[in-house]
Design a binder for this molecule. Structure first.
Ligand code: NAI
Ligand SMILES: CCCCCC(=O)/C=C/C=C\C/C=C\C/C=C\CCCC(=O)O
Length: 143
């Protein structure tokens, strides 16, 4: 895929979560993995820019989305000792709302079409829709 390796370039979108930017008390391991996705995305995006890969790497961080994943909280084998908190997670869904998957698709198309978005971390919430995380050291670059 890398232009400097005989490829044609392109766009990679890694799926993180809002839980990759905020503490998620009832999903600590999930949250840690999603924080990792963002760190990896931003680092490899910086490398892609330095190395002239011709590949943009972004990540998308939705809040709750209406997919089968949300049903996993109903299963004790998934939740382990945190199963007792499942009603609190449901309360959070009621409070913040649940996104329609079509909005995540729109966000991803926006990222594919925006050639200045290398390293971007897109957030999608019911309250603010599609928007971007701003970092102290911002490294969005054009590729
Ligand atoms: N649903 C939500 O509220 C949110 C989901 N996300 C993220 O969005 C992504 C997609 O999640 P959903 O569509 O909601 O989940 P989902 O559970 O509805 O779908 C996940 C899909 O991944 C497949 N899959 C699982 N393990 C796999 C493997 N090892 N190899 C290949 N395929 C595998 C499953 O068969 C399933 O089709 C995940 O990374 C999730 O963490 C992020 C924020 C919110
Ligand atoms: C059952 C767990 C499935 C987790 C799927 C997921 O990744 C969802 C994450 C959603 C939220 C993460 C936790 C905390 C959210 C905190 C604030 C949300 C603010 C939303 C807003 O509208 O501003």
């Amino acid at each position: 895929m890398r232009k400097n390796n005989g490829g044609h370039g392109g766009v990679i979108i890694n799926i993180s979560s809002l839980a990759g930017l905020t503490p998620a008390a009832y999903q600590p391991v999930y949250s840690a993995s999603k924080h990792g996705v963002i760190g990896f995305t931003r680092s490899i995006a910086a490398l892609a820019s330095i190395g002239n890969y011709g590949v943009r790497i972004n990540s998308v961080c939705p809040a709750f989305v209406d997919t089968p994943l949300l049903e996993s909280i109903e299963k004790e084998e998934n939740m382990g000792e945190l199963f007792k908190y499942k009603d609190r997670i449901k309360d959070m869904m009621k409070c913040y709302g649940v996104l329609d998957p079509s909005l995540i698709a729109k966000g991803m198309i926006d990222l594919i079409e925006d050639d200045a978005s290398n390293g971007a971390v897109m957030k999608i919430t019911t309250s603010r829709g599609i928007h971007f995380e701003e970092f102290g050291v911002q490294q969005k670059t054009k590729i």
